[in-house]
Design a protein. Structure first.
Length: 105
């Protein structure tokens, strides 16, 4: 993952806490340093602790493991686990709509 980004417009970052491709620890560090760099622009973060990669995609209702997919976040550099999370996906959709209604008004 790259270093912090200076956001010039309000930004909402949504991710799964169990995402094997973009680990929560890396996203949290990125979000915190980017928020500090972006002040006074709002950088909001929503984490769904149990959500995995592709948690908003209903095509992944069953857990899928992509064993051969490149993943720089793990020592072997291989493997991504994906699973849809209906509750997290619904909440994320509502958060995006609310965020856009505030910031695009």
């Amino acid at each position: 993952m790259r270093g912090p980004t200076q956001f010039l417009a309000p930004t909402l970052l949504i991710f799964g806490g169990e995402d094997s491709l973009t680990p929560a620890s890396k996203i949290t560090k990125f979000a915190e340093s980017s928020a500090a760099l972006s002040k006074p622009t709002a950088v909001l973060v929503q984490t769904y602790p149990q959500a995995m990669h592709f948690f908003v995609d209903p095509e992944y209702r069953s857990t899928r493991v992509f064993a051969d997919s490149y993943n720089s976040a793990v020592d072997s550099h291989r493997g991504i686990t994906a699973k849809f999370d209906e509750a997290a996906a619904n909440d994320a959709l509502h958060r995006v709509i609310a965020f856009l209604s505030v910031h695009l008004n």
